[in-house]
Design a protein around this ligand. Structure first.
Ligand code: SAH
Length: 391
């Protein structure tokens, strides 16, 4: 019955799939996608221990809470918005995407319409002419709050107030609009400078019963429903009993550490991105958490400092970017010897590499669980528990 429902609710193949390249698993049934991901993780982590069944979604569409569009003016003068064709800087026009928040897509379509009436030109990478480079939209799953980030090549935004007014009239559900200025020749979407055009300049969402502030530049998981399941599992694996000193490494806006703080004696978070750390500190206050501290630092360097003074750490959550962790971090872990390490990863290949190191340093993998946070793409998130072997 459940299987039937899933099959019948499968959407027809996306017309943009070939050029966009964002969804490598288009045309493959969702069950098959899950099987492929589970097998991939199981094979990669087999040398270290057991992998449980993958946790998939009931309805694997429109899950992305963060949507990005690039704008382009065609030779005939018409304006398109969409994504870069894979590996190139050609813009593939996209009206609606099967994995993106639908409201965000509607806002992007309407911004495109407004550009015409306000005579705002999209930025041209070759000539450097034009104003609007990208639009980024972040949505709060539970709060419904919406942030629109207009990435411009210059700080001067003609008829700025009227543009904001017109956009809010079309979409009164938008809670904040931010202008981000990116005047560099770069493939990075966001620049350093930001100014709030409307609202607070950030959105809030809740996760596992706590509220989180998310700024334009902070990392926040794109699939909030699945993230809750992932975090619940991670915290269960950490097996906390109010007496542990917990390190939340690569902590972003402090989500994992703050959710775990109720069960821990103390939480120390470290994160490189300064906006994310500022969010984490505010998030601790907002949720009345008094036993968490956050540091803005490279996680490897921070660990070296902790290891140098032998700071007692009982449990480590680590959630590094796709490149995985580094030698400074892992070798310091081996010195600090926490009882348990809960390793969350969005790239099982680098996770397997890091596990190879840690399992040679007196740890064993107890279990691993893959989560599908990115349906229709090849990406998979995995949480695994490492325990210090008895000596
Ligand atoms: N745990 C958070 C964020 C995970 S994403 C969450 O679940 O939301 C990985 C994070 O690592 C990002 O916030 C990124 O800014 C941060 N990061 C990347 N390189 C880092 C480094 N060398 N040291 C510390 N943090 C780093």
């Amino acid at each position: 019955m459940e299987k039937e429902k899933k099959k019948s609710s499968q959407l027809p193949a996306c017309p943009h799939q070939k050029k966009c390249g964002g969804c490598q698993y288009q045309g493959i049934s969702y069950e098959e996608q899950l099987k492929k991901k589970e097998t991939k993780v199981r094979n990669l982590l087999k040398p270290f221990g057991k992998t449980r069944s993958i946790v998939g979604m009931e309805y694997p569409y429109y899950y992305r809470n963060k949507v990005h569009a690039v704008f382009h003016r065609k030779k005939d003068g018409s304006i398109v918005s969409g994504v870069y064709e894979e590996g190139t800087h050609f813009v593939v026009p996209v009206e609606e995407c099967q994995i993106e928040n639908q409201k965000a897509d509607a806002i992007i379509r309407d911004i495109r319409g407004l550009l015409k009436s306000f005579k705002i030109q999209p930025y041209n990478e070759d000539t450097g002419f034009g104003l609007l480079r990208h639009v980024l939209i972040r949505t709060g799953y539970y709060t419904g709050q919406i942030m629109v980030v207009l990435v411009t090549s210059s700080v001067i935004f003609p008829s700025k107030n009227n543009f904001v007014k017109a956009l809010r009239k079309l979409h009164p559900e938008i809670t904040t609009i931010v202008q981000n200025i990116n005047d560099k020749k770069t493939s990075m979407v966001l620049g350093e400078r930001e100014q709030v055009m409307f609202g607070k300049g950030y959105i809030e969402d809740s996760l596992c019963g706590m509220t989180f502030r998310i700024s334009a530049k902070s990392f926040y998981q794109v699939n909030p429903k699945q993230t809750e399941l992932l975090y619940e599992k991670a915290i269960e694996l950490a097996d906390l009993h109010q007496k542990e000193v917990v390190l939340d490494a690569y902590c972003g806006t402090g989500t994992i550490g703050l959710i775990a703080s109720k069960k821990a004696k103390e939480v120390i978070g470290v994160e490189l991105n300064k906006d994310a750390v500022a969010d984490a500190i505010i998030n601790a206050k907002k949720n009345g958490v008094k036993n968490a501290r956050f540091y803005q630092k490279d996680a490897g360097k921070f660990m070296r400092e902790l290891a140098a003074v032998k700071t007692p750490i009982d449990v480590v959550f680590m959630d590094p970017p796709r490149s995985g962790s580094d030698e400074a971090f892992l070798s310091s872990l081996a010195i600090l010897k926490p009882k348990r390490i809960v390793y969350i990863s969005c790239n099982p290949e680098t996770q397997a590499r890091d596990l190879k190191y840690l399992t040679k340093q007196g740890y064993e993998m107890k279990e691993s669980v893959p989560f599908d946070l990115f349906p229709f793409t090849t990406h998979v998130e995995t949480v695994c528990l490492l325990s210090k072997k008895a000596q």
